[in-house]
Design a protein around this ligand. Sequence first.
Ligand code: KMH
Ligand code: ZN
Length: 310
Amino acid sequence: MAGPRKVLITCAVTGAIHTPSMSPHLPVTPDEIAEAAIGAAEAGASIVHLHARDPRDGRPSQDPDLFRRFLPKIRSATNVVVNLTTGGAPTMKVEERLRPALELKPEIASLNMGSINFGLYEMLDRTREFKHAWERPYLEGSHDLVFKNTFRDIALILESCGGNGTRFEIECYDIGHLYTAAHFVDRGLLKPPLFIQSVFGIRGGIGPHPEDVLHMKRTADRLFGEAYEWSVLGAGRNQMYAATQSAVMGGNVRVGLEDSLWLGRGQLARSNAEQVAKIRRILVELGLEVATPDDARRMLRLKGADQVSF
Ligand code: KMH
Ligand code: ZN
């Protein structure tokens, strides 16, 4: 008899959605990012998805030297699979966004499958005081900003970073993005098994209703059949519901402070590890097993931790 199904837990540690004034627990400095990623791995994360921030004021940064300040620490402390963002922040140009993944050659890099409105401005109502001058204009600017991921941008990331053997966390914020992924499979630039991270609840993308999650899965099943691993990320308060629905439907999960600052209603998560521990408890209660980093390497056919440049 086969054992329980193994579920990948990705933990997205800090990202570029939230700003430091929203939670004292958001990792900002390289040491905080390293500590948070190691804590997430110890709590059961199979993969950590990483962005960097400028330690002076917490603004998102794609300076590869900042990544170099935390990646070796994570690598020496854990076996976790490292996934570097090529999304950076919606305010950045793609050439800047892809630099960390291009230079540091991780096992996985994120890849955003289409241009979208990326509305962060609703969080202005929830934050009374900002510690840093950049935070308010950053959120306000999302009224009139497109997170640009054209066919050219996607091909550029696939050809440059893919050339290093890096595989991709394919971020799909809407149904059309699945079709774009299928198009890049047809062009030979994306190779199965695909790792589809479907994103629910970003203002500008598909909503977080269970029917939306169902529709995404059905469409991905039709386009990719057995040739993909499905994962779900619910933004904000949708995080644990959406992840649990994915687990029940045969998928994988993503949690972390990048996508939600919360542990429960009105309760800030004090660490990334707390969210990982919570979803892990849910998975175990459902009779599922958490995939180890080496399980993740097998499931996603990754090149191995000895093939990275950090
Ligand atoms: N925070 C996610 C909704 C990326 O880093 O490439 C999007 C994300 C993008 O993680
Ligand atoms: Zn990210």
